[in-house]
Design a protein around this ligand. Sequence first.
Ligand code: 5GP
Length: 198
Amino acid sequence: MSKGTLFVISGPSGTGKGTVCNELLKREPIFLSISATTRDRRNNEVDGVTYYFVSREKFQQMIDEDEVLEWAVYNQNFYGTPKRAVEDMLAAGKNVLLEIEPQGALKVKEMLPETVLIFILPPSMQELKKRLDERGRETPEQVRERLDAAAWEMEQAAKYTEVVVNDDLEACIEAVIQIIRKRTADVEIIERLLKEKY
Ligand code: 5GP
């Protein structure tokens, strides 16, 4: 069976990438990798579903034992992609989605250059701040930290394969779906050609 394709979605906090990813999972045959993190679990989050919530010691052990494909520090917390699940899904021919920040995304691209990196941009910084304020999930200080992080993250966007602006949610989801379908179709053509006798 042919290998699946790895897709990465990044974007500043508040850009709506979580919503885009959730919709993708409902609409496309693609599997989300569940990351490990040392950050505190929020009320609506479920261990093993949203993230694997682990201690710093456990996270360090995962790094030492080469169990993470990539990892990064974001706002003083560790985040990483468990390697085994991703490798197994790709080997089984499934398309896999990572929702990770740019340090990790660019490491993945270095290791696996065929990865498709998609960056979701907000329509404006004003709008990004408004979305973070309205979401009410972070303290004003945390919102400030996330906006500072956003500026650095957006500088990385030009290194991505594709950039999509999330002005209109539905249009943004549709654009991401088209990117995924196009790559999947391209991979199929390449594989078919490579199997042809000449
Ligand atoms: P949050 O705390 O809002 O859930 O996530 C903070 C940031 O960490 C987001 O940009 C999210 O995409 C990123 N992130 C989540 N999981 C991973 C991961 O496994 N690796 C990396 N590098 N970033 C991650």
